[in-house]
Design a protein around this ligand. Structure first.
Ligand code: ASP
Length: 348
């Protein structure tokens, strides 16, 4: 009897070993802690080329990225939560006219501004998102209120604004968000549309400033909690109440303490269809891939295979950071627990 049991055990073991390489593409990544805490931000991905960028503009972008990430870094260093770091860092980017979020957001077809945002807590898997708001100065703050105070995950349009008012968030009129640069981009897109150069004109990387600048932040805090947040004006010339990937949990934003925190930027329709942020987490959770392998799978294969483009920033539970994109550039920065700062714009 014992002999039979031993043979059956050996047989099972053999089968398991044989199946491993076929069924699980396990990463060789170790579980060692890379950073006790870490933070990564993005300011949008697209055709960002050195030849189109003045030294002055480049310096402005770098300075703002540095200012923003240091806000989050300080919070994390002092033992603050990843959620606070994400929210406060994004506030700096939302308040800057350089980025397509808050002030400086892109224009809709009707020359209005409609903002999307979301935030996710990797510890509780709680999440909050707002879509198409027109008066909330910092949509990421609204997303957090929706997550923490309301029983809902997503609110849209007028209702979301009413809730923001109820929660005492700062409201502004549309003029606050509007910048000349973005208005010129809308004009350029509309001209092309009128010339029938493109059927779907709102996404056009060749038109200066037509899309770049969505902002995002992911962080790991000293307690091992991950958080992700994203905020955007969407795409120039969007219409019919178009909502992109940013407020859709699992598309533009996702965080799970068991795996990673992800924030995306790119052609939102494809990010929704590819469930980009959750896919990266799922590849880690169910297939055992490392963060870099998972990001590569989604950003370098799945999204471009569908015809879309963009990038992500991510941090995993060990503090490993990834900034991956399939476009010419992505405004990005990271800081580790040693305070080492990296800032990048173009492909290296
Ligand atoms: N993903 C955003 C959207 O589609 C745009 C961007 O990231 O640039 O609304």
């Amino acid at each position: 009897m014992k002999k039979l049991l031993l043979i059956s055990c050996l047989f099972t073991l053999l089968l398991t070993c044989k199946n491993t390489p076929d069924t699980v593409e396990k990463s060789t990544a170790t579980e060692t802690t890379v950073n006790d805490f870490a933070i990564v931000i993005h300011g949008g991905a697209g055709t960002i080329l050195k030849k189109n960028m003045s030294d002055e503009k480049e310096a402005q972008y770098k300075a703002k990225l540095e200012e923003a990430i240091k806000v989050g870094y300080d919070i994390l260093k002092q033992g603050g939560s990843s959620l606070d770091a994400v929210e406060k860092t994004i506030n700096v980017l939302e308040d800057s006219p350089l980025f397509n979020a808050g002030k400086g957001a892109v224009f809709t077809n009707e020359e209005t501004i409609e903002l999307d945002a979301s935030i996710m807590d990797g510890k509780s898997l709680n999440a909050g998102a707002s879509a198409g708001t027109k008066t909330v100065k910092n949509p990421i703050n609204l997303a957090r209120k929706i997550m923490e105070v309301s029983p809902h995950v997503m609110m849209a349009g007028h209702g979301a604004e009413t809730y923001a008012k109820e929660q005492g968030l700062e409201l502004v009129n549309q003029d606050y968000f509007k910048t000349e640069n973005r208005l010129n981009s809308l004009k350029r897109v509309k001209e092309r549309e009128a010339n029938k150069e493109k059927t779907i004109a709102f996404y056009d990387d060749t038109i200066k400033d037509s899309k770049f600048g969505t902002v995002g932040c992911v962080a790991l805090d000293k307690s091992g909690n991950l958080a992700a947040g994203t905020s955007t004006g969407g795409m120039t010339n969007k219409r019919f109440g178009r909502v992109g990937d940013v407020p859709i949990i699992g598309a533009g934003t996702y965080a799970n303490n068991a795996t990673c925190a992800v924030s995306g930027t790119g052609w939102g329709e494809f990010f929704i269809r590819a469930t980009v942020a959750h896919d990266i987490s799922a590849l880690m959770e169910y297939k055992g891939l490392s963060l870099q392998e998972a990001a590569n799978e989604v950003i370098q294969k799945k999204v471009p295979n569908l015809g879309g483009n963009g990038g992500i920033i991510a941090v995993d539970k060990n503090g490993d950071m990834v900034m991956d994109f399939n476009t010419a550039g992505m405004y990005r920065a990271s800081m580790n627990d040693k305070g080492e700062l990296y800032i990048g714009i173009y492909k290296e």
